[in-house]
Design a protein around this ligand. Structure first.
Ligand code: UT7
Length: 336
């Protein structure tokens, strides 16, 4: 039986205007531009001053609808990967649905932190492959500034706000679209990267606020060690499984948490750095948004070609991690 594959048929992204530079952070905590650049690769990040994650998402979805030339009523399913929902309830997917007027869609949120976009594409693709839906919107969006402690130099230099979106549709083209995936999680990693307050374990109280339990906590060194191994392992695994060598891959699209993790992954895959999408210098770690933000920027810049093999790879809280192999089918925008 022929497999009905899911393919990315439109991309879009949004970053808020306000920029927080390393120089700005030097005035807020005991840090410096040199440390941040050499340890992480980050120069600046964008911050949403007013509004919520859904506002970032809506702007990115609107770009996707324009790029594909469809209306919001044609969307059948909305999946929002986020760890910064507008509210605990309702799901941000429902907020987005209402704001864009996707009256025929249903939707839900998915929490897999920095791997959230990969997990969400995986779920969305199954709805396409099984014939249940033909237009699925997958959103990776996070307002990380809402859960960042700007007095903690260990974390506040790392994160930024953004949204990236893809539209998934079925493709008739043989061997195009989403080809394969390797997905993992390991709950033992929860101790090293978490937000302890606000859930059923530690509902909000004066004490949870005083203890700063509503902010991201990260044991950076422990997370780094696991991220470096897992991202490289899972990227190598998907290449081996599909009999691909470094030269067969046109682009590696890694989660943007740390330039050193990205470089280690590319090295293990035998991929030249010119074939790695990197924008961490301008946006920092935008959690679920990093991968679609890269795809959208590179597509807009005309750098993606039909038929290219593209590997997506991510690692994040949970721990969660994974890789995905795509054969790119979307043509670039026409240049004026
Ligand atoms: O996206 C989800 C997954 N997350 C990741 O993949 C992130 C993984 N971790 C990392 O990227 C890195 O561990 C960090 C960038 C977070 C930290 O880099 P590091 O090289 O692991 O530094 P460290 O945490 O071991 O800290 C080294 C030193 C410490 O000082 P001492 O104890 O050696 O005196 C820190 O206090 O650097 C100090 N430090 C800073 N100094 C200046 C920590 N943060 C800062 C800072 N500015 N912002």
């Amino acid at each position: 039986m022929e497999v009905r594959r899911a393919s990315i048929t439109a991309v879009g992204h949004y970053v808020p205007e306000k920029i927080l530079t390393n120089a700005d952070l030097e005035k807020m905590v005991d840090t410096n531009d040199e440390w941040i650049r050499t340890r992480t690769g980050i120069r600046e990040r964008h911050i949403l001053k007013k509004g919520a994650t859904s506002d970032l998402a809506v702007k990115a979805v609107q770009q996707v609808l324009t790029n594909r030339g469809i209306t919001a009523e044609e969307i059948e399913l909305i999946i929002v990967a986020t760890i910064t929902p507008d509210m605990m309830l309702p799901a941000t997917a429902c907020v987005v649905q209402e704001k864009i007027g996707a009256s025929k869609a249903w939707g839900f949120d998915l929490n897999a932190a920095c791997s959230g976009f990969l997990y969400a594409v995986s779920v969305g693709a199954r709805f396409i492959e099984t014939g249940v839906h033909s237009k699925v919107i997958v959103i990776g969006a996070d307002k990380m500034s809402s859960i960042t402690d700007y007095t903690d130099r260990n974390t506040c230099v790392l994160f930024g706000d953004a949204a990236g979106v893809v539209l998934l549709e079925p493709t008739d083209e043989k061997d195009y679209g989403i080809i394969d995936q390797c997905m993992y999680s390991d709950g033992a990693g929860g101790a090293f990267l978490n937000i302890k307050g606000g859930g059923s374990l530690n509902p909000p109280t004066h004490e949870t606020i005083d203890k700063k339990l509503h902010y991201v906590f990260q044991d950076g060194k422990s997370v780094f060690k696991s991220a470096v191994v897992c991202m490289a392992d899972v990227s190598e695994e998907i290449m081996k499984r599909n009999h691909l060598k470094g030269r067969d891959i046109a682009w590696l699209v890694p989660h943007q948490a740390n330039l050193r993790i990205i470089e280690a992954t590319a090295q293990r895959m035998g991929i030249d750095s010119s074939k790695v999408m990197i924008n961490i210098d301008r946006y920092g770690n935008t959690t679920a948004a990093t991968i679609p933000l890269c795809l959208s920027e590179w597509w807009q810049a005309g750098k993606l070609k039909r038929g290219q093999n593209i590997v997506l790879a991510a690692f994040g809280a949970g721990y969660t991690w994974g890789s995905m192999l795509l054969k790119w089918s979307l043509v670039n925008p026409e240049k004026p």
